[in-house]
Design a protein around this ligand. Structure first.
Ligand SMILES: [Fe+2]
Length: 306
């Protein structure tokens, strides 16, 4: 198999924010709306996102993974704009998306929300043949040769000031079976989840409520690469599992402005290659630097050599 390249970006927080109608703000959104206009809109800038995604598209990766928080307040108009943005990245066969907590900001009928992203959030034929998607839509599976993507939703509506997530028992059972089966078939298993999956990676207010149980699933059945967002920071952890080391990588937000206070916008590109004894994975980090704003290779690192 030639090198398979997978680009990963997250926490898009697409701007500008559409105008909200008064009735749309009779909820948790009212607080979020004020927060957005007081500060977040200066942090998540559209021109930064566009600069980064142009660079990513120019490099022509085999596939692009977007791990959630595409929108901010879950306004119906935001979901439409995010669907347009996804189509701009590439055709649904080359782009996989999962939701984050901001995409489940308030309880919405799916028709008004993430269903607009459905072509990007469903199995491909090869993935469906490996594991049929449950009625709850997650996890869904996409297969590209020897690389298989298992895409989860950890997005749940929560009270104001809470950004927690949950995998839930039903998804855990499906994920366990998927990881076991695909591991037995010698496939390279990539797991996509919005929230950081390991215990202690985020506190009670923002973390994965069942991180402990989910970590046990990962340890028992293994995975090769686990990609997440949510923390708006670049982190790499290694998790010992029954099938070897799982590498867990968090990526910063794709739209955070360069102002010295926050990690600047970044995406990672993974080159995945089969070796004699296993897999070689090289990560290339590309991020936005200031004055003049441009994208540069900020990191190159072999995450696993076999
Ligand atoms: Fe998030």
């Amino acid at each position: 198999m030639p090198v398979f390249t997978l680009a990963h970006l997250s926490d898009i927080h697409l701007s500008p924010m559409p105008r909200a109608k008064r009735r749309d703000l009779l909820s948790k959104r009212a607080i979020g709306y004020v927060n957005w206009h007081r500060g977040r809109k200066y942090v998540h800038r559209r021109e930064i996102l566009d600069l980064l995604t142009r660079d990513m598209i120019d490099r022509n990766p085999d596939h692009i993974a977007v791990t959630g928080d595409l929108v901010n307040l879950g306004l119906p108009e935001e979901f439409l704009r995010a669907a347009e943005w996804l189509h701009h990245l590439g055709p649904p066969s080359q782009v996989t998306a999962i939701p984050g907590n901001h995409d489940a900001y308030v309880r919405l009928h799916p028709e008004a929300g993430t269903l607009h992203w459905q072509p990007f959030m469903e199995a491909n034929p090869d993935g469906e043949a490996l594991m049929p998607t449950p009625e709850t839509r997650f996890p869904f599976v996409r297969r590209f040769g020897d690389v298989v993507i298992v895409a989860l939703s950890s997005a749940i509506p929560t009270m104001p000031f809470i950004a927690a997530g949950k995998v839930g028992e039903a998804q855990r059972i499906h994920v366990a079976k998927a990881l076991e089966d695909f591991g037995n078939q010698g496939l390279f298993r990539v797991l996509l989840i919005h929230h950081p999956p390991l215990r202690d990676q985020a506190g009670w207010h923002r973390g994965l409520r069942d991180a402990g149980k989910f970590t046990q699933v990962l340890k028992k059945f293994g995975a090769e690469l686990i990609l997440h967002g949510h923390n708006h920071a670049q982190t790499v952890y290694e998790l010992d599992t029954a099938t070897g080391t799982a590498v867990v990588v968090g990526v910063p937000s794709a739209s955070e402005a360069v102002d010295g206070r926050v990690p600047s916008a970044r995406y990672n590109e993974y080159g995945i290659e089969r070796t004699d004894g296993g897999w070689r994975v090289e990560m290339v980090g590309r991020s936005v630097a200031a004055s003049p704003e441009h994208v540069w290779e900020c990191e190159r690192r072999v995450l696993r050599a076999r």
